[in-house]
Write a protein that binds this ligand. Structure first.
Ligand SMILES: NC(=O)c1ccc[n+]([C@@H]2O[C@H](COP(=O)([O-])OP(=O)(O)OC[C@H]3O[C@@H](n4cnc5c(N)ncnc54)[C@H](OP(=O)(O)O)[C@@H]3O)[C@@H](O)[C@H]2O)c1
Length: 331
């Protein structure tokens, strides 16, 4: 029997999930999709190709004349039978945003949750884990850190039995692109940012990335989920990349180093700051890539890298969480 899921939020990630599901024959049935303008519901399985096409053409996933068109995410979560709610609405790391209400609602309605949305985890990680545990439900969020790169599940599952001593990582593709260009071309921060904006790698308002906020949110999620801490955003010491000059790169280069924005968790301290990294160190990865270097007690240092964002790339992490739950509840 197929596992039934809802997709709440049908932007880059939500559409990537639909796209990924169309490429596979896993026993996963999408019974509802919601965006900010309405919903499409079909207990027998939403026609994903039509939903994607409608979203592309009209901007809305709901067919204007359908019964479900006026339903909100909370209506779907409470009222449509399904096992897993997949949450992919915009992140708000100050309040948790609508994603937080969706996840609380899903647990209250007996749904397992998979999310790519950092906000609810940064604001209410222990509360959400508590409700999930109390209701015997699974809560998975691999896509919140590093897109396609499976840092959380690697640390907690593949490396089970190891004490994780520290994690340091390049966790923001936009910053990494800017710093790579500054290093390669000797250009200013402003120039590299403009280039990233032209290429669509940086937002028009890049502050969440360049001020280190996004990396700090990921560090909070790793601290809570891998190290069992109860950290919030204010527990991270955050410095962004906006003050780095071409001269800083020149000095770093003279010593065979480059500069990376590194998020790290070590000895209970959470920090995000630009750091000199030897050119031949694994963290010296270029472009928009993400990388996490995990220091373990038994296995030594394990380093993984991957594409930190993108529609189907992020869907890859979501899909692996859905399939993990499908397996866990199948028997
Ligand atoms: N994109 C990535 O590569 C990536 C990677 C890792 C994590 N994430 C995280 O994943 C989440 C989704 O990212 P995204 O890039 O897909 O964002 P996005 O393209 O902005 O899509 C967000 C979706 O949420 C919908 N939405 C907004 N308010 C809603 C509401 N009240 N009820 C139902 N749906 C609502 C939007 O509807 P409309 O379409 O009608 O506007 C849109 O479909 C974010 O939290 C992001 O930080 C993204």
């Amino acid at each position: 029997m197929s596992i039934r899921i809802s997709i709440i939020g049908f932007g880059a990630v939500g559409q990537g999930i639909a796209d990924a599901l169309m490429r596979t024959d896993y026993p996963i049935e999408v019974v509802a999709i919601v965006d900010s303008r309405g919903a499409v519901v079909d207990a027998a399985g939403v026609d994903l190709a039509s939903a994607l096409q409608r979203k592309r053409v009209t901007g809305a996933v709901a067919a204007a004349d359908a019964d479900a068109a006026g339903m909100t995410a909370l209506d779907i979560i409470a009222g449509v039978d399904h096992e897993i709610m997949v949450e992919a609405t915009p992140t708000d790391i100050i309040t948790g945003g609508i994603g937080l209400s969706h996840i609380r609602g899903a647990f209250e309605s007996g749904r397992h949750v998979v999310t790519s949305n950092k906000g609810p985890l940064v604001v209410a990680y222990s509360e959400l884990c508590g409700i999930a545990r109390k209701n015997d439900l699974h809560f998975r969020f691999e896509a919140t850190v590093g897109g396609a790169m499976p840092a959380i599940n690697l640390s907690n599952e593949a490396l089970a039995g190891n004490r994780i001593i520290s994690i340091e990582g390049v966790l923001n593709g936009t910053c990494n692109y800017i710093l790579t260009r500054m290093d390669d071309e000797g250009v200013s921060y402003k120039h590299a940012l403009g280039e990233a904006q032209e290429l669509g790698i940086a937002e028009a308002d890049p502050s969440a990335d360049v001020d280190g906020i996004d990396t700090a949110a990921k560090i909070v999620i790793l601290a809570n989920s891998v190290f069992g801490m109860d950290a919030g955003y204010d527990d991270v010491d955050v410095t962004g990349i906006t003050k780095i000059t071409p001269e800083s790169f020149k000095l770093a280069k003279e010593e065979g180093h480059t500069i990376k924005l590194i998020g790290e968790i070590r000895n209970g301290v959470l920090k995000v700051a630009p750091k000199m990294v030897p050119k031949n160190h694994p963290l010296s990865i270029g472009g928009t890539f993400n990388l996490a270097s995990i220091q373990t007690e038994l296995a030594g240092r394990i380093t993984i890298g991957g594409i930190g964002a993108g529609s189907v790339e992020t869907a890859s992490a979501v899909l692996s969480d859905i399939l993990w739950i499908e397996q866990a509840i199948r028997d």
